[in-house]
Write a protein that binds this ligand. Structure first.
Ligand SMILES: C[S@@+](CC[C@H](N)C(=O)[O-])C[C@H]1O[C@@H](n2cnc3c(N)ncnc32)[C@H](O)[C@@H]1O
Length: 310
């Protein structure tokens, strides 16, 4: 009996050690970072909400008041730029955008493209030769590229464009930085021409407990539950042409092991295809927040090709 207890304790210690190697704990629960969090504007509004939204049935931020939207917007305005993850001209997701987005867009020419949260606009470089006009919406002053015309978003999420303006909208990894996602998707759909396309990519995991400051993250970002993504698109009047999960949870570890100039795995078509097939296996959980070691092995994001009915 004692021996069995001993074996069980030894096995679970080994199991925890393995978990720590593969998923080292983020330093977000440390007291000093908690103290730093109190300096974030609106930081208090973020506290104690994670538990309530961790089942992924509703989206944190989607029902915010105008004041709460303003506070979130200010926190995120330069949030991603300040992380220093992006360098102009060095974009790591071209094969991913091609596989999950651009190859589904059959049109050869686009009159007007909206790049929502496109930073330096690098995501659009592969299709620029078939685009007449590009408008980028991004709140950051840091991201500036004289090649493009920029428009600042509003905290309300309303877009300053007439109905039926764009025949293509790209929105890659942006909505999780925005509180009222339903409003923003509805606005982008309103600004699309009938028959126009929207290409979306978003993380579908919480990205850590947002009640606390998280290392390497912007103050407010949080993933969007997988089950809510189609609901939000359909409620905006869009048709889902394609939906795939991607970014298997071990990919960041793999990237760390590769030399810096080879770790842009989503610029490789073969790797992106492998990730695609692996992530679409029907064995991975679709839950938002997960407890348990094995459930952590799962795709972290979803991509969607959406179309406005003609
Ligand atoms: C993770 S980056 C993605 C950048 C680029 N789309 C890409 O694929 O690399 C998120 C972008 O969203 C922008 N952003 C943050 N809040 C926004 C808002 N309210 N409206 C539009 N863009 C926003 C950030 O400035 C940043 O450029």
């Amino acid at each position: 009996m004692q021996r069995r207890e001993f074996n069980r304790a030894r096995d679970s210690a080994a199991y925890l050690q393995l978990a720590e190697v593969i998923f080292p704990p983020l330093p977000d629960r440390h007291l000093d970072s908690l103290a730093a969090g109190s300096e974030i504007e609106g930081g208090l509004a973020m506290q104690t909400t994670f538990e309530k939204y961790s089942d992924g049935r509703t989206l944190y931020g989607d029902d915010f008041s105008p004041d709460q939207l303003e506070a979130w917007y200010r926190d995120e305005q330069e949030g991603y730029y300040n992380l220093g993850h992006l360098e102009s001209g060095k974009y790591g997701y071209h094969a991913l955008n091609w596989r999950h987005g651009f190859r589904h867009v059959s049109q050869s020419q686009f009159n007007h493209v909206l790049g929502m949260g496109s930073a330096f606009g690098d995501e659009l470089q592969p299709i620029l030769n078939r685009v007449k006009k590009v408008t980028l919406v991004d709140p950051s002053d840091g991201f500036a590229n004289s090649q493009f015309e920029y428009v600042k978003p509003k905290a309300s999420g309303l877009l300053p464009f007439p109905d039926s303006t764009f025949d293509l909208v790209t929105c890659f990894n942006v909505l999780h930085h925005i509180p009222n996602v339903s409003t923003v998707v509805r606005e982008m759909a309103r600004c699309m021409k009938p028959g126009g396309w929207m290409l979306l990519r978003e993380p579908t995991i919480p990205l850590g407990n947002w009640d606390y400051p998280r290392f390497g993250r912007t103050p407010r970002e949080r993933g969007i539950p997988l089950l809510l993504m189609p609901q939000i698109a359909l409620a905006a009047g869009l048709r889902i042409v394609n939906q795939r999960r991607y970014f298997f949870s071990l990919v960041p570890r793999l990237q760390q092991l590769l030399p810096k100039n080879h770790n842009q795995v989503y610029n490789l078509r073969w790797f992106t295809a492998l990730d695609d097939y692996f992530c679409e296996l029907p064995i991975w959980t679709r839950q938002y927040d997960v407890a348990g070691f094995f459930k952590r092995f799962r795709p972290w994001a979803v991509s969607m090709v959406l179309r406005k009915p003609a």
